[in-house]
Design a protein around this ligand. Structure first.
Ligand SMILES: Nc1ncnc2c1ncn2[C@@H]1O[C@H](COP(=O)(O)OP(=O)(O)O)[C@@H](O)[C@H]1O
Ligand SMILES: CC(=O)OP(=O)(O)O
Ligand SMILES: [Mg+2]
Length: 406
């Protein structure tokens, strides 16, 4: 009798200072364990692990975790306590979120030395993300050298963008020499959410045009025509586009020259300013939308202005992508802010009735984990809240690629 083939996939989403992980069983998409290590590299790191298999309780561990390698080893130890360790023969593969795949990677890819070298080569255009992704991969490889490791790229879904959307209007020779173009990110989420939105409307993805607003700490918008991305707000790096938790989003590039020439700042200082000290945190000292809303409700003017700037940019992208698509079937809100912050959704579509956009106050205020409509029944364009599930999407793509070969 042949052994049961392994059906579990561990998904690792290594961010600049965190690792989110999930262990899934792909025979029924069940989550066996989920967790998060945050504030890696600080004294106050925290590991939060929840075994969902067998009804275990959430365990928390606080203390310094020096780097991503130590984080992954700690995760591996936690999983082992539940009998779900990385040494399990039931593990079919490890799927990694990799933020920047350049133009080369349009599909999930089994990781070998050449793939690692390419991810490494792209570090200058994803300095916050690709190094962490690489450490995650290398540590996982060391723990399970025999297991297929798959990279699922944030950029992959956006490779269908036409050149008119992907190119910047700069000298072509210079752009080509340095591979300067718009790549877009959060693609796994935009792909998953645009598909789930079509499903919510009872249509095939090929039949609908959707504007997806992925509003997490990082935030991006995309225009999806018939299941294919035709434009997205992030560019060469995840800095362009919407106002984010700590990133500025769009600004006149001359601000950078000015800060260098007149402000005397170095390139690295400006990079840190725009990526880590701008956006909501730069505007009002908080990057968590819950805290900002609390302050707005208390009459805090600085928080109010930060919120208004955030919404202004969001609204501009809704309008822009409406124009890019011509016809829009749905606007979908997703990620931490998009799924939870009713005032953001309400403010973003306020005044857009002429575009067929509106939210129903009661539906918007309701909560839930399932995709749901928040537009009034009579609305021409559906407005939806569609929880993203990047981990499930990564696991599905990983298993589709390697699971069956095991
Ligand atoms: N209940 C809530 N109300 C408003 N904002 C929320 C709520 N829960 C989470 N958020 C926002 O979501 C953000 C995190 O979103 P998430 O998609 O998890 O981001 P990332 O994956 O980039 O870390 C938080 O910084 C916070 O601003
Ligand atoms: C690409 C990106 O911005 O990712 P995150 O939102 O996880 O920082
Ligand atoms: Mg995210």
């Amino acid at each position: 009798m042949s052994a049961v083939s392994p059906s579990r996939v561990l998904v690792l989403n290594s961010g600049s200072s965190s690792v989110k992980y999930q262990l899934l069983d792909m025979s029924d998409n069940a989550r066996l364990a989920v967790g998060l290590v945050e504030r890696i590299g600080e004294e106050t790191s925290r590991l939060k692990h929840t075994p969902l298999h067998g009804g275990g309780e959430t365990r928390e561990w606080n203390g310094p975790i020096a780097d991503h390698e130590a984080a992954l080893k700690a995760v591996s130890a936690e999983l082992a306590k539940d009998g779900l360790g990385l040494d399990s023969p039931e593990l079919a593969a490890i799927g990694h979120r990799v933020v920047h795949g350049g133009r080369h990677f349009t599909e999930p890819t089994v990781i070998d030395d050449a793939v690692l070298a390419e991810i490494e080569r792209l570090i200058p255009v994803a300095p916050l993300h690709n190094p962490a992704n690489l450490t995650g991969i290398r540590t996982a490889q060391a723990l399970r050298p025999d297991l297929p490791q798959v990279a699922v790229f944030d950029t992959a879904f956006h490779t269908t963008m036409p050149e008119s959307a992907a190119r910047y209007a700069i000298d072509v020779k210079t752009a080509d020499e340095h591979r300067i173009r718009r790549y877009g990110f959060h693609g796994t989420s935009h792909a998953y959410v645009s598909r789930a939105t079509a499903e919510l409307l009872g249509k095939d993805p090929s039949e609908v045009n959707v504007i997806v607003l992925h509003l997490g700490n990082g935030a991006s918008a995309s225009a999806v025509r018939g299941g294919r991305c035709v434009d997205t707000s992030m560019g060469l790096t995840p800095l362009e586009g919407l106002v984010m938790g700590t990133r500025s989003g769009d600004l006149d590039p001359a601000v950078i020259f000015h800060l260098a020439r007149v402000g005397g700042m170095s390139t690295d200082e400006i990079d840190t300013l725009l990526n880590k000290k701008s956006g909501l945190i730069g505007l009002c000292g908080d990057n968590d939308m819950r805290e900002i809303r609390r302050r707005v409700d208390e009459g805090d003017e600085q928080a109010r202005l930060a919120f208004d700037i955030y919404i202004h940019h969001l609204k501009k992208y809704i309008g822009a992508y409406y124009a890019v698509l011509g016809t829009v079937d749905a606007v979908a809100f997703t990620a931490g802010v998009g799924e939870n912050a009713a005032p953001v959704r309400q403010a973003a579509v306020a005044g857009l009735e002429q575009l067929g956009l509106a939210v129903d106050e009661e539906l918007n205020a309701a909560r839930g984990d399932r995709p749901r409509l928040i537009s009034p029944e009579s609305a021409r364009v559906a407005v939806a809240v569609v929880p993203t599930d990047e981990e499930l999407e990564i696991a599905t793509q990983t298993y589709a690629l390697v699971g069956k070969n095991n």
